[in-house]
Ligand binder design. Structure first.
Ligand SMILES: Cc1cc2nc3c(=O)[nH]c(=O)nc-3n(C[C@H](O)[C@H](O)[C@H](O)COP(=O)(O)OP(=O)(O)OC[C@H]3O[C@@H](n4cnc5c(N)ncnc54)[C@H](O)[C@@H]3O)c2cc1C
Ligand SMILES: *[C@@H]1O[C@H](CO)[C@@H](O)[C@H](O)[C@H]1NC(C)=O
Length: 426
């Protein structure tokens, strides 16, 4: 049942899923919207944060490819100050990479353009400053694409929400410890500060933390993915002028050009990641899930498992041999909300009334910032196509968790559970 426009709506989680939903619903006339988060957006340890996210239309799945092209319109207009069009190169060691091939064909099918790289050294013609050893790699280049300042875009989006009259509450009064239920209806949320808030509709956009509040273990699980940053001098950054975002689909490691102004270089791995085992209690029963730390910022310690650090270092050596030994100025595990096939979860809860879920970014949700709220609001108002409703459906819990492998675009070692010693360092 769609709520009336004057009903209070609570959105838990002020990342790209929550804020884009808040803004869109407000613009559709919902008057009483409050967004809650542990931290002021951009939340320091959320997934929608730091200096960069890849903006690409390259997808094997035509649904996300078209959606990304639509989002691209937003990046080049409304969010043009946060967007940097460097081009995006997909590379792999094997002569034929299934995902790259599918993505290339999908882009062509929707009328996009690619430049095939049978031999990746061809990239040097357009980007002579690339340091990586490109021989032995192949793939393609899409000049339409690049990266966005993630923290800056979220700041802008939060500020738009605020100006539109949406309340954003952070800190203990914005931190939800449990859902408040009456029978099979969710009527509000219980807060860390004590007390509760009531609403007609609760929207959970709690990303990697969702399983703490609601059993969605059959549909989503969180994995930590390594990210590292190094500092360059202005001179060094200039030596990498006009280089593209690159992903090595054989290792999963991807890199960005240095950030203008700060000259920081960032690398990360799009892989299967690390699981953090936590036991939580919902409705009186214990469940074991993977989720990041909740009580304090999980970005604070800068901990990376040793093998993750080594693999990221190998990626640095391969992409930027001249800076191979530069120490990290910052590292962290950034948390994906993985789903079986990399599809988002955007749906009314199948059994709890008054509860809507918008999560499951699965390591690729950020680029949709300019249009994501529209898609979520369409599902919320039951206006989306049957195809999308089905794709993003939240089924009733079936018990146990399946494999959350994503859409087939990942590489690197399989998911590994962190040891107790490692968990203590998170
Ligand atoms: C390392 C890394 C690289 C990525 N690279 C890309 C990329 O290149 N391109 C791309 O498009 N996407 C990328 N992604 C994916 C993208 O960033 C995510 O899909 C997206 O940011 C998820 O947004 P979200 O709103 O679901 O989660 P978040 O941004 O994490 O928002 C969830 C919020 O909920 C809050 N919260 C949780 N529980 C509670 C509670 N109980 N009470 C109050 N608040 C709560 C948290 O504090 C958090 O702020 C990447 C992700 C990571 C981690
Ligand atoms: C890409 O990854 C493969 C496999 O790990 C590695 O051998 C190669 O050196 C990498 N190349 C670049 C440029 O990252």
């Amino acid at each position: 049942m769609v709520p009336s426009k004057s009903d209070p709506i609570l959105i838990v989680g002020a990342g790209v899923f929550g804020l884009s939903t808040a803004l869109e619903l407000k613009q559709r006339g919902y008057e009483d919207i409050t967004v809650l988060d542990r931290y002021t957006p951009p939340a320091v340890d959320g997934s929608s944060v730091d200096i960069s996210r890849i903006i690409r239309i390259d997808y094997a799945d035509p649904v996300y490819c078209k959606m990304a092209r639509e989002a691209y319109q937003g990046w080049t207009t409304e969010y043009k100050d946060q967007y940097f069009e460097s081009g995006f190169a997909l590379l792999s060691e094997t002569p034929r990479n299934d995902w790259i091939e599918k993505s290339r064909n999908t882009v062509l099918e929707i009328g996009g353009k690619v430049e095939d790289l049978k031999d990746a050294t061809q990239l040097l013609k357009s980007y002579p400053n690339i340091q990586a050893k490109l021989s032995g790699l192949s793939g393609y280049l899409n000049r339409l694409g690049g990266w966005a300042d993630a923290a800056g875009s979220i700041q802008k989006l939060a500020s738009k929400c605020s100006v539109e009259g949406i309340s954003i509450v952070s800190g203990p009064r914005g931190t939800v410890v449990s859902l408040k239920k009456e029978g099979s209806r969710v009527v509000g949320v219980n807060l860390l500060s004590g007390g509760y808030l009531l609403a007609s509709q609760i929207i959970l956009s709690t990303g990697a933390w969702t399983n703490r509040l609601l059993d969605v273990a059959h549909a989503a699980s969180s994995s930590g993915q390594p990210v590292g940053f190094i500092q360059l001098t202005t001179e060094e950054a200039r030596s990498l002028d006009s280089t593209p975002v690159m992903i090595n689909m054989s290792s999963g490691v991807f890199c960005f050009p240095p950030t203008p102004g700060s000259n920081i270089l960032k690398l990360a791995r799009h892989g299967y990641g690390y699981a953090n085992e936590v036991t939580v209690q919902t409705d009186g029963s214990d469940r074991t899930i993977s989720t990041p730390k909740f009580e304090s910022s999980n970005a604070q310690t800068g901990f990376l498992p040793e093998d993750a650090d080594e693999d990221l270092r190998a990626g640095l050596r391969q992409f930027f041999p001249k800076f191979a030994n530069r120490p990290w100025i910052n590292r962290r595990l950034c948390w994906y909300t993985d789903t079986p096939k990399g599809d988002f979860i955007i749906d009314q809860h199948p059994t709890l009334q008054g509860l809507f879920v918008a999560t499951g970014g699965a390591g690729h949700g950020f680029k949709f910032l300019p249009v994501l709220g529209k898609y979520i609001a369409d599902c919320f108002e039951d206006k989306a196509s049957e195809e999308l409703r089905k794709k993003w459906r939240l089924d009733a819990p079936v018990g146990g968790a399946g494999a959350m492998k994503g859409d087939g675009s990942r590489a690197g070692p399989p998911l590994r559970w962190l040891t107790n010693v490692e968990k203590a360092k998170l």
